[in-house]
Design a protein around this ligand. Structure first.
Ligand SMILES: NC(=O)c1ccc[n+]([C@@H]2O[C@H](COP(=O)([O-])OP(=O)(O)OC[C@H]3O[C@@H](n4cnc5c(N)ncnc54)[C@H](OP(=O)(O)O)[C@@H]3O)[C@@H](O)[C@H]2O)c1
Length: 236
């Protein structure tokens, strides 16, 4: 498949849910999407479905908790397509529902931070060298309203803390990369109808994907270091 002239996006955790909808949304905008998942087979099955719709999508194994897997996926993308323009840090786990900070299972905290914060961070450090080579990059971190200080409360405490860390990472990377044409933003999808959904869904994955596809294709003078919901900036 020729991807000549196309920007190339890597989406993590894209075999189902919001990640899959974001992959479709980006491919519909003309990007080539490297659809990744921790299972190689699940990634290829999902990519094949989108290719069946005529979209430019390939697959790669990528487990965000495995540094070697992350490094391989980003390096292979750069080598195969000659570029890596966009990274969508979507993969996450929600394994601590109903847990309180004062009594939480610390193993769940460790696993949540490893996937939801360090996983995204690993992907950034592996993807940014590829972006520097082409003097262009768009990084979009999938966060949640539950991680903003205005909506902080108890329950899902490791999930909240990990995503709050991801918000901080977004601001830090945006500051570090502001003069390199690499824009870094975060967006909350709101309550989306997926396996992970918190409470009653407000929108479908396809509706929620719109904001992420928009942030992935911002012009060079677009915002960086900000949090969005439905294309509107929110307070951290
Ligand atoms: N749904 C909501 O209401 C909602 C609200 C706010 C924020 N979000 C955020 O939206 C994002 C997508 O979630 P979703 O709602 O689409 O949930 P989902 O359907 O449960 O999808 C989560 C995805 O992450 C993948 N994943 C988990 N651990 C991984 C790892 N170590 N390496 C690579 N992939 C991994 C899963 O892969 P497997 O299939 O292998 O498990 C799956 O593809 C997450 O960042 C979540 O925090 C969702």
């Amino acid at each position: 498949m020729s991807t000549e002239g196309q920007r190339v996006a890597v989406v993590t955790g894209a075999n189902r849910g919001l990640g899959y909808a974001i992959a479709r949304g980006l491919a519909e905008q003309g990007l080539h999407v490297v659809l990744t998942a921790r299972s190689e087979q699940a990634a290829e099955q999902a990519a094949a479905k989108l290719r069946g719709e005529g979209l430019s999508v390939s697959s790669h194994q990528l487990d965000v908790t495995d540094p070697a897997s992350v490094a391989r996926a980003m390096a292979d993308t750069g080598f195969t397509y000659g570029r890596l323009d966009v990274l969508i840090n979507n993969a996450a786990v929600a394994i601590d529902r109903g847990q309180a900070a004062s009594t939480v299972d610390m193993e769940k905290v460790r696993a949540t931070i490893d996937a939801n914060l360090m996983g995204a961070w690993r992907c950034c450090t592996a993807a940014i060298p590829e972006m520097r080579k082409i003097k262009y990059g768009r990084i979009v971190n999938v966060t949640t309203h539950m991680s903003t200080f205005g909506q902080m409360g108890t329950g899902s405490v490791a999930y909240r803390v990990a995503k709050t860390g991801l918000n901080a990472l977004t601001c830090i990377l945006a500051a570090e990369l502001h003069d390199q044409n690499i824009l870094v933003n975060a967006a909350s999808p709101g309550k989306v109808d997926t396996r992970l959904a918190y409470g009653k869904a407000e929108q479908s994955p396809e509706e929620a994907a719109d904001t992420f596809a928009w942030l992935a294709t911002l012009p060079d003078d677009g915002p960086s270091g900000q949090l969005f919901y439905r294309r509107e900036a929110l307070a951290w």
